[in-house]
Each structure stands twice: as C-alpha cells, then as structure tokens.
Design a protein around this ligand. Structure first.
Ligand SMILES: C[S@@+](CC[C@H](N)C(=O)[O-])C[C@H]1O[C@@H](n2cnc3c(N)ncnc32)[C@H](O)[C@@H]1O
Length: 383
C-alpha cells in the first residue's frame, strides 16, 4: 500500500485521516511519501516508529527539514529531491563562488520577500543575512544573486528553504547552565510572591528553553501557578516543540548541563525514553502555550513578569533592537525581568533607557518603572 501525503498536515483532522489510512493498511507493508510536510505530529512519528520496528513501513520525504527531523528521532527515511530544485548544469567537482552583491540589492530583496510572503527580515543584520543568502544560493548551485532572487520570489519551495536558513534554530536544554542556576536562586524566588506568574520565551526554537524553565519551576514547586508563552517566527520549530520529541544523541550533554544548572532530580525523569528518542512528559507541557509569532509584530501579547529573549537580538540591527526592547518594556510588569543571551546587551541599543542591570554577568535586566525614570532606582543593586 502506498500513501502520498499532500499539504502540511497542520490540522488534527488531517493527521487523524493519515492515521486512519495507516490503520486501514492492516498488517501489509506500507510506503508513505510526504510531499509538502515540513513536520508531522507526535502521533504520526510514534506510529511510523512502531511500524518500522515491525519492518513494515518505508518513508519518503521531499522536504529536507522533515528528513532531518525524522533522522534525528531514528526514523529511517529517503530524501527525494524535487527536480525543479536541482541545478542541472552543476558539476560536483566545480568550485562555486557567489558573485558579490550590494547591500541595497539585499534591502530591496528583503522588502520583496515581505510583500510577497509576509515575513519581515528587513531590519535583520545585513552581514548575517548576506551570509545566509550565500549559503542558500550554493545549496542550489547558483552564483548570480539576481537569478536567485527571481527564484525565491517565484518558487515557494525555494523561499521556504531560505526562510529556514534565516531562522537559525540552534538551542540546547539548559543552554548556559549558570544562567538557569541564577534564575533559580534569585529571579524566580522573587517572583514567588505573585499568585500567578506569566513568562514569555521569545524565539523558543524547538522548545528546549521553555522546557528547561518548566523543569526548574517544577523543582521550585511553583510550576502550577506559571503560564509560559513560548513563541517563534518559525512554525515548524513550534510544531517540534509541541511534539516534545528529542534525539537521545545529545543526552550526555543535556544531563551535564542540567547538573551544572543545579537540577535537583534526574534529568531523565522528565522524559519517556525509547532507544531512539526521548519524549517530554505531559506534566511539563501543561503550563506552556506554544505558538508561532514574530516578535517584530506590533501589539502586546500580555503583561509578563519575566521575558527570556536569548540569542535572537544578535540577528537584529540596532534600530530593530531598540524597537524590540521598547516592545518588551511595554510587555513587562513594573520591575519585570528581561533575560538576554550571553553575547547580547543594552549598550549600543539604548536599552538602559528602559532597563537597569540586575545581573550584568548573566544578562539579567529589570524593567524601569516611572519612579525608576524620575528618581533613583530602588532596584539598582546587582543580584
Ligand atoms: C538561535 S535560536 C535561540 C533559541 C533559544 N532562545 C536559545 O537561546 O537557545 C533563535 C530563534 O529565534 C527565532 N526567531 C528569529 N526571528 C524571530 C522573530 N522575528 N520572532 C520570533 N522568533 C524569531 C528563530 O526561528 C530561532 O528559533
């Protein structure tokens, strides 16, 4: 039996329909081809995994993103390349160098992308964007920027790959563990006096950051009164985060980070572990709301006591950093905490107009309130 899956499978009804088809196949060998999906739900992953254990399921995918996701979880699959994405003239031993292009060409291109696809990268740092464009061009063996630009603007698949190249999703459980120790020992204890705590993890990638936070909150005994909003511009990492399935290949580093962060339990207690992957337990998912959202969008999501925006601002130019910091100022409670990444800060972007240092080393800042602006700050001590 062969099932071809068209579209993104982004509704429960579509996912259920696929599961039904699989069920109907009975004990026959089944071949599934995912034509457009970049990600699939946890039920589907687990079902395929089960069938592969019984040697009765072959999987073919056309999207590189889904291919890497499946491989990371131990699902055997074949990547089928769309003919339209191959450059026929390329010889594999040819050394490719992109032609140089001007920053103005890139600015026009980013505006066109915004007009056509609705994603706004116009105020991202140009050096990083240019690097990513070159990586994407070489992926298609293209050296001419104008040709690539046309391709992106006329082919959704090519744009999608560029979008994935722009959204760099590197993350870890307890990334920079000493920051989590500091949150646990200082910041979160201060928030304990609230009856309800709202935290926003901005640019949460595949969920490892908000899940790490949920583990600490659980160990402090306050997870039940916390709502974590976890958002990212990239819809596929959000689905990955909701799935909560992770490769076990990095488990030693994860355990190490957890211990360095002062974890009080056994890291693996938070997962159901199979031989290929680990599945986050539902008790950690209940207080996290994952959804796609770009931090550049106007409009306040809620009033938070703490915002984590780590390793994202480095991709923004100074003008955008200022706007986003202003946005965080408006989204935080008086004295609310903002946590940034190790190599980020408040110096060049006038952040100190709105925030004061709480702990410089760990990049923890506090929102100024009106009395901060007009008088001496009562919170100017380092944490
Ligand atoms: C390098 S990862 C950082 C992940 C995590 N915060 C950490 O520090 O481990 C940056 C994330 O920001 C996301 N991102 C990029 N632009 C964004 C935007 N405008 N709004 C929200 N998320 C964005 C990317 O998709 C990516 O997942």
């Amino acid at each position: 039996m062969h099932i071809s899956v068209m579209g993104e499978l982004d509704s429960k009804a579509e996912a259920d329909r696929l599961l039904e088809c699989i069920h109907e196949s009975g004990r026959y060998e089944i071949h599934i081809t995912f034509l457009d999906a970049n990600i699939v739900t946890r039920d589907i992953v687990e079902r395929i995994m089960k069938m592969q254990e019984d040697n009765r399921c072959k999987v073919f995918v056309l999207k590189a993103y889904l291919y890497s996701y499946f491989l990371s979880l131990g699902i055997k699959c074949f990547l089928v390349k769309k003919k339209s994405l191959l450059n026929k003239t390329y010889q594999s031993n040819e050394k490719l160098n992109c032609q140089d292009f001007e920053p103005e060409q890139v600015e026009d291109f980013l505006r066109d992308i915004y007009d056509k696809y609705g994603y706004d990268f116009t105020e991202y740092r140009k050096d990083s964007i240019i690097r990513r464009i070159k990586i994407s061009m070489l992926r298609y063996c293209m050296t001419c920027f104008e040709e690539f630009r046309e391709r992106v603007l006329n082919d959704q698949d090519v744009f999608e790959q560029l979008f994935l190249d722009f959204s760099i999703n590197t993350t870890n459980f307890f990334r920079d563990p000493e920051v989590f120790t500091f949150l646990k020992e200082s910041v979160l204890l201060r928030l304990d006096s609230y009856s309800h705590i709202k935290i926003w993890s901005v640019g949460c990638s595949n969920g490892k950051e908000p899940y790490s936070l949920a583990m600490i909150l659980k160990e402090l005994g306050i997870l039940h009164k916390v709502q974590i909003y976890a958002t990212d511009i990239n819809p596929y990492v959000i689905e990955e985060a909701k799935n909560g399935l992770y490769s076990i290949s990095t488990i030693d580093d994860d355990i190490d980070n957890y211990k360095k962060a002062g974890g009080a339990k056994d890291f693996t207690d938070y997962f159901d572990i199979t031989c290929n992957y680990m599945k986050i337990k539902d008790e950690l998912k209940e207080n996290i709301l994952f959804f796609q959202h770009s931090v550049i969008e106007k409009g306040i999501l809620n009033e938070f006591q703490m915002i984590l925006c780590r390793n994202l601002m480095i991709y923004f130019d100074i003008v955008l950093q200022k706007k986003v910091l202003r946005h965080f100022y408006n989204s935080l409670d008086d004295g609310g905490f903002l946590i940034m990444g190790k190599s980020e800060g408040m110096l060049l972007n006038n952040g100190y107009e709105h925030f004061v240092d709480y702990n410089e080393k760990h990049k923890v800042f506090r929102r100024k309130n009106l009395s901060f602006i007009n008088h001496e700050s009562p919170y100017n001590g380092k944490g």
